[in-house]
Design a protein around this ligand. Sequence first.
Ligand code: F6P
Length: 526
Amino acid sequence: MKPIQESALSFRDIEAAAARLKGTSLKALFGADARRAEAFTIRAPYLTLDLSRQRIDAGALAALKAWAEERDVAGGRDRMFAGEIVNATEGRAARHVALRGDGGPAEVAEGRARMRALAEAFHAKQVIGGAGVALESILHIGIGGSDLGPRLVFDALRPLKRAELRFASNIDGADFDDAIDGLDPKKTLVIVVSKTFTTLETLANAKAARAWIEAAVGKENASKHFAAVSAAPERAKDWAPAERIFPFWDWVGGRYSLWSAVGLSCEIALKDEAFGRMLAGAAAMDAHFKSAPFEANAPMLAAAVQAWNREGLGRASYALVPYARRLELLAAWAQQLEMESNGKRVDRDGRVLPRPSSVVTWGAAGTNAQHSFFQMLHQGVEEIPVEFVLVKDAGGFGRTPLLANALAQAQALMLGRSEEEAFAQMRAGGMDEGQARALAPHRAFPGDRASTMAALDDLKPESLGALLAFFEHRTVAQAFLAGINPFDQFGVELGKEMASKLIPALEGDASVDDAATAAWVARLTR
Ligand code: F6P
């Protein structure tokens, strides 16, 4: 395959800036600009984004802006908002933004009204199950984009919980067993969520749910316990009564679908109109992304910095660390969003990319993460940029030490501690010289490690919506910078196809071509 022609003359400027800044310490950048902490911090709806501890300067930003202009990132964004076909390989628009603002098609408003009506009926105890009693709990079945968003939102907004909500996603039956543990099937509404309604895991869990409900209320009454959400509503007919099938559309990508009826379980299980407020917060971020100039545009700048770290400086991964227990699932959600969207090797026209553009997204909540992988972030050989997410007005006990720890980690990553300082500190503590000399390299921190600090104003539905929309837009903007399509995901297909052939092989009904897999089939069936 022909390699991509690097039309991006301006990428040479990125390379030049990267070469220059690789030899410049973050401390020196702060030393050279007394206003740096403010100059590289921008404000977006509900969010303050501080990029001052990234290895960038005005020259690098100018190069990134020129690159974004050459790649027409703003044009791509505008085409996405206008509902044009931006997902060319599947011939689809990507209109998730139409789900949360004004101006979407009429069926969006109709769908929202139906979601609200079901939520109201549920809480008015008018959704009656097969045993003649009102349903009180929800079991959400779905996987990937049909699972991670609602799971994160429910966890993040748990203080607004008004109904028990459980999730089953994995094909491993243990997941289903755990999800229904303690739930009464006579009082449970099962919401089956699948864009395609062909997904193996989801159909298997839905089948298990049906058996569970049927055993409690009888076969003829089971459908009273089911609702379905799908972009292929005709396939959902066997699973839920027509009035409980909630459509969404092929112009909503799975990992961008939280804002559609995929969020039905959150609409029902959260009070205070949380779901609608989340849409409003996301819409505020949409307006910012659409209109703010590059220098003041949080998703644009954050995308440029991601691309800078990956394509300019060669950093293959970053750690996403929310200092908020309630945002613990953020990394798992962002992992699908970013890696399924941008984990590509060819550009929009099928040409091989000149360099890797996708970043490995991983992470966990702080402070737990400090007691796990921060050792490597501080003292490992490679630099791994960190993205801290804080909640300014978090509430609850522990706020001050939580925030102090987040600030301290970013500070330690940047400032480090030299061998001499480590030596002097040990000597001051009374250690003998030889031992202090021997230990100094182990107790030194190289520092000069980049991080971003993103602070949410609070953890209300509006701010959560804005945060998730920020990540979506950053992902898409980064894809447009790299020239790739962030809306398809053919990379998940091959393994699925092979698994469907290996199921009969493991059941003894088919042979296997390759020796390594054949050996495992033999070992597992012996
Ligand atoms: O993992 C692949 C994938 O296709 C994701 O893109 C999607 O979110 C998930 O499977 C679930 O698909 P569906 O909603 O069609 O069941």
